[in-house]
Write a protein that binds this ligand. Sequence first.
Ligand SMILES: [Mn+2]
Length: 355
Amino acid sequence: MKLGLGLYRHMLKADNYRFARQAGCTHIVAHWTDYFAQDPTLPSTDAGRNWGVTFNQGIPWSRDDLIALRQGIEAEGLQLAAIENFDPSHWYDILLDGPERARQIALIKTNIRNAGAAGVPVIGYNFSIAGVWGHVRGPFARGDAETVAFLGPKGPAEKPIPNGEIWNMTYAREAPQGVIEPFPAEVLWDRLARFLREVVPVAEEANVRLALHPDDPPMPTLRGTPRLVNQPHLYRRVLDIVPSRCNAIELCMGSIQEMTEGDIYQTLEEYGRRDAIAYVHFRNVRGKVPEYYEVFLDEGDIDMMRALRTLHQVGYDGVLIPDHTPHMQCGAPWHAGMAYALGYMRAALRVIAGR
Ligand SMILES: [Mn+2]
C-alpha cells in the first residue's frame, strides 16, 4: 500500500509537496475545484455558510493544466494518484436532471479524456446534491483538538437547498427564487445509473478509474434531498450498474464507520476482494449517525491496525490518504495534524508489511 496526502487546490504547490515527501508520502490526491479557497480548513458548514462559489460552466479541465499539475508533483519526487471531485458548476444538471444535462455529460466526458491524456489515473467524485454538509467545529478530539462533528438534530437546522447551489457551492449568480424540493432516492439512483452508463465507457477508453465517495454524512436524507451510499451494502448496487474496473470506489473509512449498518472490516474485505477500491480515505471517527465526531487515528471506534491488516490480506495495493484529521495546537494546525496522521500510517504500514 502507498501513502498519500490530499491537498486542496490552493495548496497544490511545491512547499506542500515537500511537506508530503518529508512525511513519507509517495502520492498526492489533488482537489481541482477551488473550495474553501483560503487557509487549509476543516470541512464544516452551517446554515449561513457554504464552501464558496464556482462559475466554470462549459469550461472543461485543461489537459495542459493537468499535465503541469502532474509534472509539478513529479518534480518533487511524488506521483499524482487522483483528482478528487468534479466541479459543481460542471455537472449540477446531471445531479438535478436539468436542461443542461446533455451538455454537462459531454463536458464531464471531456474532463475524463483530458485527465487520461494528462496521466491522471483516478477521479474521485461524490454523486450528491447536499454534499458534505452540517458538520460543526469544536474541541472534540483528544486534548481538545479542534475537529468536526455531525450532531444530527442538535446540529445546524436542515434548511432546503436554495436554487443555484449544489454540493455546498454556489454555481449561479442569479438563480430564480426557490429551493430544491424533496424527491425519492430511486430517482437519484436512476440519475447515477444514467451517468455511469454514459461515462464509464469513456473512462475505460481514457484509462481513468471513476471512484465514488460514500455519503458524508451518511444520513438517509439531508436538507430534504436523498442520499445514495449511506449503508455499506449499497456500494454493491453502484458496482453492479456498470461492472468495470473504471466504476470503482473511493472508500472513505470514516463515512463507512459512521453508517448504522454493516461493519468496516467486512466492507474493506468485500470491496477489496472485488478489486473495486481505487483509493482509501484513512480516517477514524467516534460514534455513528446521527451523532459522530471525527477524531485522531488512534482514538476512534475503528481499530486502524485491523483495518489495514484486512486491506493487506485482500491484496489492496493502492493509495491511502488521511482525508481530514483534527487540527493540532500550534502555528500550523492543519499540517501538524496531517504529519501526525502520516507518521502513524507510515509506521502502521511497516508493521503490516512485516518490515
Ligand atoms: Mn472521505
